[in-house]
Design a protein around this ligand. Structure first.
Ligand SMILES: [Fe+2]
Length: 294
């Protein structure tokens, strides 16, 4: 290490893919100089088959990568409909049948790209020691747990309180290295407007649509003197239903929060197809996020 120059880790954060992924993305990231790629979930659209195609393409990445399942990953369209439509909630448990096998298929299709949820990974990237704490899979946001039957059967989580307790225990298992949270949806506590970083834009009533358990985990970490560098997530697309733009990042109490969900992440700009991701640069004490269109 050069005296006085901080070690730096460079992490690519890829927002909700929703099928916008191809061989050029693979080539870019394989040569992009990243130490790690974090996929915040929602590789799929409304069919699992096309999501699996994206997952198989991710196998060609030659750098370490992990992905947390979003609410579109491992759920078929009817199950997703039952999760998001209050009138159909009573059907969600029966429609969750087969979710475990769909998630296993996704895991197999991803190959060495790790499908992660409710876990901690201790890595050293670019000389920077990091605890990556991974949150609740399949989050749909708000106060209600999505996929509760699956969460109960596979993770022993049957309530928001149980989920918060699991995340706190993951934080407690971290060593002295700083923490980076990876989640599908971001934490609550960051704004109650439709255009807040994780605000609800699909109901008349504007409200905070962030995950309560994740907010609790960040607070728990900071309250216990842990260094929390950043929390990266997506789910709530940056462009709201009314056409307003959410912030892609905000900083609060020394923690950088990144919503990477630029959807679609492939876009034609000035006649050229461009691809979005967030370049997250961290040292042991700092985090910086930059939107990149390549
Ligand atoms: Fe999502």
């Amino acid at each position: 290490m050069n005296e006085g120059i901080a070690q730096t880790a460079t992490i690519g954060v890829i927002g909700d893919v929703h099928l916008f992924w191809d061989g050029q993305d693979v080539s870019f990231f394989n040569d992009g100089g990243y130490d790690l790629l974090l996929f915040v979930g929602d590789l799929a659209g409304y069919t699992q088959l096309r999501g699996l195609r994206v997952a198989r393409s991710l196998q060609k990445l030659r750098i370490p990568a992990m992905c947390i399942p979003g609410n579109h990953d491992g759920l078929h369209a009817f199950q997703l409909g039952a999760e998001i439509t209050p009138r159909a909630h009573r059907l969600r448990n029966v429609l969750s049948l087969g979710q475990a096998s769909r998630c296993r298929s996704l895991d197999r299709a991803l190959g060495h790209v790790e499908l992660v949820a409710y876990c901690r990974r201790r890595l050293t990237l670019g000389g920077v020691p990091l605890n990556i704490v991974v949150g609740r899979p399949h989050s749909i946001g708000g106060r209600r747990l999505a996929c509760i039957r699956y969460l109960a059967e596979h993770y022993g989580i049957d309530s928001m309180e149980a989920s918060a307790a699991r995340l706190r225990s993951l934080v407690d298992a971290c060593d002295a290295a700083p923490i980076l949270f990876l989640a599908h949806n971001g934490p609550s506590g960051l704004g109650e407007r439709a255009s807040s970083i994780w605000g609800c834009d699909f109901r008349k009533k504007e409200e905070d649509w962030g995950d309560r358990d994740l907010e609790d985990a960040v607070r728990h970490a900071r309250g216990n003197g842990r260094s929390v560098l950043a929390a990266v997530a997506g789910h709530m697309h940056r462009k709201t239903k009314s056409g307003k733009l959410r912030p892609g990042q905000i900083e609060k109490d020394g923690v950088l929060y990144v919503n990477a969900a630029e959807v679609p992440r492939h876009r034609h700009i000035d006649g050229r197809k461009r691809r979005h991701h967030v370049k997250l640069t961290v040292t042991e004490t700092t985090a910086n996020a930059e939107d990149v269109w390549v």
